[in-house]
Design a binder for this molecule. Structure first.
Ligand code: B12
Length: 220
């Protein structure tokens, strides 16, 4: 069994040695324990960003925790890749929208999706609507996931969906938006199909869309 507490605690304490040791332990226990370790990393990362809001930690600590989280995820990924044996449930595009440079939330959601067998084309941060739409065409994907944690990102998400509409592809592409600052009202304003604020819900939504080929069933 993974000591989920040990992983979260080590990340919160920025204790690299302890974090990597606890992650290696989890990885040794196999895919299930590795998935639990990913969830522990996400929970701890969210806790750290909330502690920042309460002014209990400062930006350099949040950034250092993000870097440590990525190092731990690098240990977990090969175990989950090996479990899947190359079989992927489908491919999606993922990007942090124009004007927003946040990568930590995006990276943890992507790791969770990949752990579930979803192939993710990560376009990075601060990505323009045109580039995101072009990638959908070039990669022939039917799901687009947009990340943003700034209030201004809501407008960027709206612009991205508009660009999709203008390209004539809106009905062929399901749009998921996240983070934390979104809700039903902003999701509707953006024109997205769904929103989520954590990795587990994101994975459930996207897996459901891929399995049902949701873009073919619009209006049914
Ligand atoms: C770290 C950080 C930064 C770092 C980001 C580094 C990096 N590589 O990511 C840096 C230093 C670049 C930064 C810059 C700025 N930041 Co900043 N930043 C933060 C901070 C402290 C933590 C964010 C974080 O990493 N959280 C941890 C991750 C795991 O959580 P998350 O991002 O929310 O992701 C989760 C969910 O949202 C969701 N999710 C995320 N993406 C997606 C996508 C999909 C599709 C789905 C379904 C779900 C999903 O799942 C994730 C996992 O659970 C937040 C404060 C906070 N409490 O969030 C401020 C915060 C976001 N920043 C803020 C601001 C103002 C800025 C700056 C404008 C500051 C400035 N004046 O320069 C700049 C903007 C730069 C830019 N253009 O992007 C404000 C935003 C206010 C607002 N409402 O607009 C915040 C809220 C701080 C505050 N309280 O004022 N920031």
């Amino acid at each position: 069994m993974v000591e989920r507490g040990a992983i979260a605690e080590a990340l919160v304490d920025l204790d690299k040695k302890k974090l990597l040791a606890a992650t290696r332990e989890a990885v040794k226990d196999g895919p299930e324990a590795s998935r639990e370790a990913l969830t522990a990393l996400e929970t701890a990362m969210n806790e750290i960003s909330l502690a920042y809001n309460r002014k209990e930690v400062f930006l350099p600590q949040v950034r250092a925790a993000g870097d440590l989280m990525r190092e731990a995820m690098d240990l977990i990924k090969p175990v989950l890749d090996a479990e899947r044996g190359g079989h992927m449930a489908g491919r999606i595009i993922f990007a942090t929208v124009k004007g927003d440079r946040a990568s930590t939330g995006k990276d943890v959601v992507i790791a969770m999706m990949e752990a579930d067998g979803i192939e993710v084309i990560d376009l990075g941060v601060n990505v323009s609507p045109e580039r995101i739409v072009r990638a959908c065409v070039e990669e022939d994907v039917h799901v687009m996931a947009l990340s943003g944690i700034l209030t201004s990102s809501i407008d960027s998400m709206r612009e991205t969906v508009k660009a999709l509409e203008e390209s004539g592809l809106r009905n062929d592409v399901m749009v998921l938006v996240g983070g934390r600052l979104l809700n039903d009202e902003t999701c509707a304003r953006i024109g997205a199909d769904a929103w989520a604020f954590n990795a587990i819900t994101s994975v459930e939504i996207v897996r459901g869309w891929l399995t049902a080929k949701a873009w073919e069933r619009r209006g049914e």
